[in-house]
Design a protein around this ligand. Structure first.
Ligand code: BGC
Ligand code: BGC
Length: 614
């Protein structure tokens, strides 16, 4: 069912009308412009009346402590409010807090969405969103470019982990819970990426979604309805094309469908330089996008050029002043709706500087999220649960690596490696706390495994961090990207994460580590840290027990707790798990919904499943 239409707030509309009457064209276009903090000083906000500023992934002020963020947000706010000479419109400061307030030093980092999808617990999603909002408020932030409502279809996509899975109904339900909780705390939400990003062909980021309308609607658009009905204030447009037409220039998708048919009266924003790809001529590209119905433009570095070019388009009559007024009204409406006009400067707001960033209470919830997200794929001879007194050898490259365990969008866009930049507990540290006889393999590679000294080994394997197209798994023709610049023009041709879904091809060191240990007669429990299912037939065959841990985030102890039986496995696959072979047409290793548990009752739902162990 399409969402109910929002109620018109007459008072807000009257204020917006008054403001619009006082603004000249330059000021209106300024409101439609969002710059990146590295390219815009507070003084630019004052002079150009910029509507919003963002932090790209990892872009942080000062030493990246919450205080540094508050100070920066105060400066931007002050610049926007001016000395009473301008219209005095507060700015929105946005960032991607996609698994906790993940840019900020010391933040609680939740499992990425794919793990929450495995947990299948809408209440948990709401709690994660609430905590994310509180930690954002602590840093004086306004706006979160989350949640992602992509319904992933092909796990070769580098953004698979940003999706709650391939079930449209689950994405719909989680979207509503996330948005209600986030906005309930006073942070503006943003559902993305409109529309069809999860359906991108062969899992190519920023690619083509080729689907008949009915299928696009059912799988990729319907999941937005509950969030729209819950009053999500902003929608971000996808880099993707639908049936050959870029979403950033898609009048049907943005204006006719989202705004008119579905009654969305908030703000539609572009993705990072997403207008660039509509036409080689920047002015033309902007015209196409504004006329398609986008209201706010994420033009991180080119914002001055954007302002001039859009002004020229209006002067030439290619963009109507009515369209500009409508875009600005939607932006003002959003700012009124979220209470921005009623709030003092960030440092004086309720919740700002609360010190809650990374607090024990938040980490406890994140740890619960980790526990719930784990999916048990194999448990031969009930090797699991491990016993706290066992002599456990902990090995594998992801055993003691917070960066890898958090994945992309953590402290930096592409993610971190090692334990120096993220506050939390690695999986090894969690084991060490709970199992006093556990030892970390000296070289990490299990070369020191010894059946006389070790009862069992825990080998933590998997991917290293990536974000967006850098995480794509591509081969053949998909390696050559037609039409050029991908991933914000950063790199062309893009070197994908890998050319095969098979972990043994991409990360042969993992299989080697498992075999090195098991060949010595020490039984191996594998924990896979990855943003998606991977073809792991050989790793499965070489191990006695196997757990998919997704990208658990900062609380690695949650993994140790379940391995040690301090809780049962509750996670179920949020998308099917591919076998080795052709990822598109190949046989599945496990169906979506699969997941074992310790308790016999929990086996009921897997009876009859005939999975092959490699
Ligand atoms: C990302 C930003 C990131 C930037 C780096 C963009 O594509 O979305 O978050 O900081 O690239 O250049
Ligand atoms: C991503 C968006 C993100 C934006 C800002 C883009 O590259 O596609 O999801 O919100 O950057 O960082």
């Amino acid at each position: 069912m399409p969402p109910k239409r929002p109620k018109v707030n007459a008072e807000h509309e009257a204020i917006a009308t008054k403001l619009l009457e006082r603004m000249n064209l330059r000021q209106k276009i300024g409101q439609m412009t969002m710059a990146e903090r590295l390219s815009a000083e507070p003084d630019d906000v004052r002079r150009y009346g910029l509507g919003a500023v963002l932090s790209g992934g990892g872009s942080h002020p000062g030493d990246n402590a919450p205080d540094d963020w508050v100070r920066m947000n105060d400066e931007f706010w002050q610049a926007a409010m001016g000395d009473g000479d301008g219209p005095g419109i507060p700015i929105l400061y946005g960032c991607d807090a996609v698994h906790g307030n993940n840019n900020v030093q010391g933040a609680t980092v939740f499992p990425h969405n794919i793990g929450l999808g495995a947990a299948g617990d809408a209440g948990l999603v709401a709690e994660a969103a609430r905590i994310t909002a509180r930690e954002m408020l602590d840093s004086g932030l306004d706006w979160n470019f989350a949640p992602t409502l992509a319904v992933v279809q092909d796990c070769r996509w580098g953004r698979t982990y940003e999706s709650f899975g391939n079930d449209p109904q689950r994405v719909a339900s989680f979207g509503r819970h996330y948005v209600e909780a986030l906005q309930g705390e006073g942070i503006v939400g943003c559902v993305k990426h409109w529309a069809g990003d999860g359906g991108t062909r062969n899992g190519m980021d920023q690619g083509e979604t080729t689907l008949p309308w009915e299928e696009l609607e059912r799988t990729h658009i319907a999941p937005y309805y509950p969030a729209l009905e819950a009053g999500v204030m902003t929608v971000m447009v996808s880099f993707n094309s639908w049936n050959g037409e870029k979403c950033h220039g898609h009048r049907f998708l943005v204006t006719e469908l989202l705004k008119e048919r579905l009654g969305f009266d908030g703000m539609v924003l572009s993705d990072w330089d997403g207008v660039n790809y509509l036409d080689e001529d920047y002015g033309t590209a902007i015209r196409l996008s504004v006329n398609a119905g986008l209201d706010m433009f994420m033009v991180p570095e080119r914002w001055r050029e954007f302002i001039d070019a859009l002004e020229a388009q209006v002067r030439l009559g290619h963009v109507s002043t009515a369209r500009i007024d409508n875009a600005v009204r939607r932006i003002l409406r959003t700012k009124l709706r979220c209470g921005l006009f009623d709030r003092p400067r960030p440092s004086r707001r309720l919740g700002t500087g609360s010190g809650c960033t990374g607090c024990a209470e938040h980490r406890t919830v994140a740890r619960r999220a980790v526990r719930e997200s784990l999916v048990l794929l194999k448990n031969e001879r009930n090797l699991l649960p491990l016993k706290p007194e066992q002599r456990i050898l902990v090995a594998g490259k992801n055993a003691h690596n917070l960066g890898h365990q958090c994945g992309g969008w953590t402290r930096s866009w592409q993610g971190e490696t090692g334990n120096d930049t993220i506050a939390g507990t690695s999986i090894w540290e969690g084991m060490r706390e709970l199992a006093p006889n556990a030892r970390l393999s000296a070289g990490g590679d299990g070369g020191d495994a010894d059946p006389n000294e070790h009862d069992v080994a825990l080998v933590v394997i998997g991917e290293r961090p990536y974000a967006e197209g850098f995480g794509d798994i591509r081969s053949g023709d998909d390696l050559v990207v037609e039409g050029g610049s991908m991933v914000n023009g950063l790199m062309n041709p893009l070197e994908p994460y890998a050319r095969s879904l098979e972990l043994a091809e991409t990360h042969p060191e993992d299989l080697a580590c498992i075999r090195r240990i098991s060949e010595k007669g020490v039984p191996v429990v594998v924990v896979l840290v990855s943003g998606r299912p991977l073809a792991v037939g050989r790793e499965l065959a070489a191990s006695a027990a196997f757990v998919a841990a997704w990208l658990p985030g900062s609380e690695g102890r949650g993994v140790a707790e379940v391995l040690l039986g301090m809780g049962d496995f509750q996670g179920r696959l949020p998308l099917p798990w591919p076998g080795d072979g052709d990822p598109a047409g190949g046989e599945m290793q496990f169906p979506g919904g699969f997941g074992l548990s310790y308790s016999p009752a929990a086996f009921d739902n897997v009876v009859g499943l005939n999975y092959k162990a490699g």
